[in-house]
Design a binder for this molecule. Sequence first.
Ligand code: CMP
Length: 147
Amino acid sequence: MKPGEFTFTMIKPTAVKLGKLVPILHEIDEAGFSVIAMKMTRLSRAQAERFYAIHKERPFFEELVFFMSSGPVLAAVLQKENAVEDYRNLIGNTNPSDAKDGTIRKKFAISVQENAVHGSDSDENALIEANFFFSQFEIYPHDEEYC
Ligand code: CMP
């Protein structure tokens, strides 16, 4: 996988619970992203703490960890040129009330915390986050021979 050509996403517990998983995947597909790894799983408290460790000092950290371990998530690696930036444009602002019309968060988020999806904020974090959820044997980039 080449940096710049992939990003990591999670569809968060509330969106999964409300049946928005397939509609969100449809938006991702329509925007030209290819799913090259995918799994549904439930984070333990410790895993959620580790995934969001960068936010440890933020006042919302405890609530975020509780929420993200409250039910299943859909984790995926998405391939596309300029993936990180294009995906952040597709999902919109962290706070759905500031997100542009047509973005995934505008359509599916219910609050700044329960904001439907996560998207990596840099190529470096896309790699760290993809490796958090997937081994090298679970990611199938389109440009690699694996069949
Ligand atoms: P995400 O893109 O997954 O990255 C960090 C998460 O922290 C963010 O989405 C929100 O779910 C959550 N978050 C960010 N800011 C706030 C806030 N002010 N209050 C509650 N949760 C927040």
